[in-house]
Design a protein around this ligand. Structure first.
Ligand SMILES: [Zn+2]
Length: 107
C-alpha cells in the first residue's frame, strides 16, 4: 500500500469498515510510515475528540489509537487465518467425501 491509498482509507479504518486484507496492509503501512501515522492520529483525535466534547472525563487518545490499531490488526489477522482454515477444512472434507464415495461405488 502506498501513502495515497493509505490516506484514502483512514476514514474507513476509523469506522472499522476495512476488510481484513486492506486492514492488514493499512496497519502495516502506518506502522512503517510516520507521515500516514500522523495523519491517522490527527483524524482520530478530531473524530474522538468531537464525540467526547460533552463528557468531562479525561481520555488518553494516543493510547486508545494504539489499542485500536493493535486490535484491528490482530482481528484482521485472525479472520485471514480463519478463512484459510475454513477453506482447508472444506477442501479436506470434499476430498475425504470424494474418496469415500469412490470406494463406495467401486464395488
Ligand atoms: Zn505513508
Amino acid at each position: 500500500m502506498n501513502c495515497y491509498e493509505c490516506k484514502k482509507r483512514i476514514k474507513d479504518f476509523l469506522n472499522d469498515s476495512l476488510n481484513s486484507k486492506n486492514c492488514i496492509a493499512f496497519v502495516e503501512h502506518v506502522k512503517s510510515c510516520n507521515e500516514c501515522m500522523e495523519e491517522l492520529s490527527i483524524e482520530f483525535l478530531v473524530n474522538e475528540g468531537l464525540k467526547r466534547l460533552d463528557t468531562a472525563t479525561s481520555f488518553d487518545l494516543e493510547r486508545e489509537l494504539n489499542e485500536k490499531i493493535n486490535q484491528a490488526y490482530s482481528k484482521a489477522k485472525f479472520y485471514k487465518h480463519f478463512a484459510l482454515i475454513c477453506s482447508i477444512v472444506v477442501f479436506a472434507t470434499a476430498f475425504i467425501l470424494g474418496v469415500f464415495l469412490s470406494t463406495l461405488f467401486s464395488y
